[in-house]
Design a protein around this ligand. Structure first.
Ligand code: HEC
Ligand code: HEC
Ligand code: HEC
Ligand code: HEC
Ligand code: HEC
Ligand code: HEC
Ligand code: HEC
Ligand code: HEC
Ligand code: HEC
Ligand code: HEC
Length: 327
């Protein structure tokens, strides 16, 4: 009899404990009642189709059992009166301070090496938020690794993809850059061959101007390796900084030049002997009306400097040919 009672109580307590455990697990699953949230917020279901909604990834919000609260935090009374009981983290501009919005993301992403310089980067310091560039609730288009999507797919019917190109996101704020990349000579950014993030780390970097490499030249060499040399005869200006002569985004002058040749050269080379200045009587571009000189100086027509000094980035030719960067 006693044996039986012990057995029964044993089984009963086992059942009780397992029921308790089951309930507890149920409660855990309920900790973030995504279905309940989505019953009112149907429009936000897209987030479940992004990497943040992947349940198999234990590091993702969904995988952690916090499909919504990982970013928005918790307010247990929200459903009762949403207006009076907002969630602690909301991402509308100004709803809560930018730093708090960013912190919600950084709680998981701070370890990403791409984000190592967020705090010191110009964006981080100027209250640009993660979701100014990343559309978290919109599923990224197939094959894209980035959740940047066109907010209004109908805005540009001529574009066959509904994916907002990266540069479009950037020039929404950077109007000056927008002007530059539309100039006649430009890096093929609009053409899709180069992206803003080919040169910049939008999350911040050690380099000046948030460029990815430590110096501008190293950045340029990463694609234009042939300009690196080493050359027997260097042009010190090139060694120093490509931007002495080139505009990185675009220019009205050929080959992304800051100015037309020869003006470009004459910013540094002020030669009274050779090649002369643009306005001297016998050495100008064109014949000066009324002047006795009949032909413009041969060394000084439009691209003249380059006609002779064509190894402008450096030369391996021997002797004076190399020294003077001529052909
Ligand atoms: C009963 C319907 C209902 C439920 C359930 C509900 N919400 Fe809401 N939620 C609302 C309403 C209505 C608003 C708008 C309140 C306002 O206008 O201030 C809102 C606002 C929000 C906002 C702020 C949006 C903004 O302005 O940035 C967030 C975030 C949010 N809800 C998340 C959640 C989450 C997460 C859950 C589940 C835990 C949830 N909601 C459950 C009705 C609901
Ligand atoms: C990875 C972080 C993250 C997760 C997870 C997340 N949200 Fe959001 N939520 C955001 C951000 C960021 C915004 C701002 C809009 C945007 O960038 O798409 C936002 C906006 C919202 C809004 C306001 C939308 C508007 O336009 O007014 C609601 C409501 C909302 N989320 C509810 C939810 C619910 C419900 C869930 C869970 C199913 C959820 N969120 C999961 C980050 C998140
Ligand atoms: C609970 C942790 C967590 C939070 C909070 C979180 N993320 Fe993520 N995020 C992840 C995981 C996990 C991935 C998948 C990639 C990986 O495994 O590293 C990811 C991926 C991403 C990606 C890459 C998407 C892709 O398609 O490759 C972006 C962009 C991103 N998150 C932005 C954000 C932003 C913006 C916020 C804040 C609004 C945020 N995340 C909040 C965990 C999180
Ligand atoms: C100024 C726009 C911008 C802002 C602000 C921004 N991102 Fe990004 N993010 C990008 C771009 C562009 C890429 C793609 C970069 C690439 O392809 O190399 C990216 C990529 C990512 C990735 C994927 C990186 C990987 O490992 O491949 C994650 C994660 C991410 N961002 C998270 C964040 C978080 C978190 C924040 C806020 C702290 C943030 N981003 C703010 C533009 C931005
Ligand atoms: C929401 C607006 C916004 C978006 C979107 C944005 N930026 Fe910015 N960006 C800023 C602000 C604000 C600053 C800091 C003020 C300034 O220098 O003009 C800044 C500064 C910069 C700088 C200058 C750094 C320096 O040291 O001078 C670079 C480079 C830059 N952003 C690149 C990008 C790229 C690349 C993207 C797209 C991936 C982008 N930005 C998207 C607002 C934005
Ligand atoms: C070929 C490389 C390259 C590409 C592509 C590129 N940039 Fe830059 N960007 C630079 C360099 C180099 C600087 C100057 C850095 C310095 O100040 O030393 C710069 C500077 C900037 C600045 C600081 C203000 C200025 O004009 O000096 C902003 C803002 C900026 N870039 C935004 C963008 C945006 C937005 C895109 C995409 C539309 C983009 N960049 C594409 C190389 C590039
Ligand atoms: C991500 C790769 C990449 C980086 C980094 C890069 N470029 Fe380019 N550059 C290109 C491509 C692609 C073209 C177009 C080549 C073509 O159309 O044949 C180009 C073209 C040019 C041209 C010729 C333009 C013309 O009209 O023919 C110049 C000058 C130039 N780049 C200078 C620079 C300078 C200066 C830097 C550093 C600030 C730089 N590039 C960084 C990829 C890059
Ligand atoms: C002293 C001025 C000057 C400096 C500094 C300079 N360039 Fe140039 N670059 C020119 C001129 C002038 C042209 C046009 C040559 C022509 O039209 O034949 C040019 C053309 C180019 C071109 C396109 C034509 C070609 O030769 O491939 C590229 C790419 C280029 N430069 C890259 C660079 C890079 C990278 C740097 C820095 C390492 C740099 N330039 C520094 C003056 C300069
Ligand atoms: C940012 C300033 C700068 C610009 C712009 C510049 N140069 Fe130079 N250049 C120099 C410097 C500095 C030297 C080295 C002078 C020296 O060694 O006496 C040099 C050397 C030269 C030399 C070799 C002279 C010698 O005595 O070794 C030639 C040729 C030359 N430059 C031509 C040009 C041409 C052509 C242009 C225009 C496409 C140009 N430079 C633009 C700064 C510049
Ligand atoms: C017809 C060919 C030719 C043209 C055009 C030309 N140069 Fe020269 N340049 C030379 C030769 C050859 C030398 C070698 C020394 C000499 O003969 O004066 C030289 C030397 C130089 C030097 C070295 C310093 C010196 O005077 O000894 C510089 C700097 C220079 N040129 C810059 C320029 C600039 C800038 C332009 C355009 C405004 C230009 N050159 C146009 C052929 C030319």
């Amino acid at each position: 009899m006693v044996k039986r009672m012990v057995a029964i109580s044993f089984v009963a307590s086992f059942l009780f404990i397992s029921l308790f455990l089951l309930l507890d697990r149920y409660a855990l699953a309920q900790a973030d009642p995504q279905q309940e949230c989505l019953s009112c917020h149907k429009d936000q279901v897209g987030v479940m189709q992004t990497k943040h909604g992947v349940k198999d990834n234990p590091r993702s919000p969904a995988g952690r059992g916090q499909p919504c609260s990982a970013c928005h935090g918790i307010n247990p009374n929200h459903a009762k009166d949403p207006k009076k009981n907002p969630h602690p983290v909301r991402f509308k501009k100004g709803a809560v301070p930018a730093k708090e919005q960013t912190q919600a993301c950084m709680s998981c992403h701070a370890g990403n090496r791409h984000l190592a310089f967020w705090e010191t980067g110009r964006h981080g310091r100027n209250d640009v938020r993660c979701n100014d560039c990343h559309a978290v609730h919109t599923p990224p288009p197939r094959g894209a690794t980035l959740a940047i999507t066109r907010k209004d797919p109908t805005a540009k019917p001529s574009v066959s993809t509904d994916r907002q190109l990266e540069y479009e996101t950037c020039i929404g704020c950077h109007k000056q850059t927008r002007v530059q990349i539309n100039k006649p000579s430009h890096h093929p950014i609009i053409e899709g061959k180069v992206t803003c993030s080919s040169c910049h780390n939008p999350h911040g970097s050690m380099g000046q101007g948030m460029i990815k490499q430590e110096t501008v030249n190293v950045q340029c060499w990463s694609c234009h390796a042939e300009k690196r040399g080493p050359f027997l005869f260097q042009h010190p200006a090139v060694e120093e900084n490509c931007l002495s002569c080139h505009a990185p985004h675009g220019s009205s002058h050929d080959k992304l030049l800051n100015e037309k040749v020869p003006n470009l050269c004459q910013e540094c080379h002020d030669w009274s002997r050779h090649p002369g200045s643009a306005y001297s009587r016998d050495q100008g571009f064109v014949r000066i009306p009324g002047s006795s000189v009949t032909a413009p100086n041969t060394r000084f027509v439009a691209r003249a400097c380059l006609n002779c000094h064509n190894a402008i980035h450096g030369s391996n030719a021997s002797a004076t040919r190399g020294k003077f960067l001529t052909r």
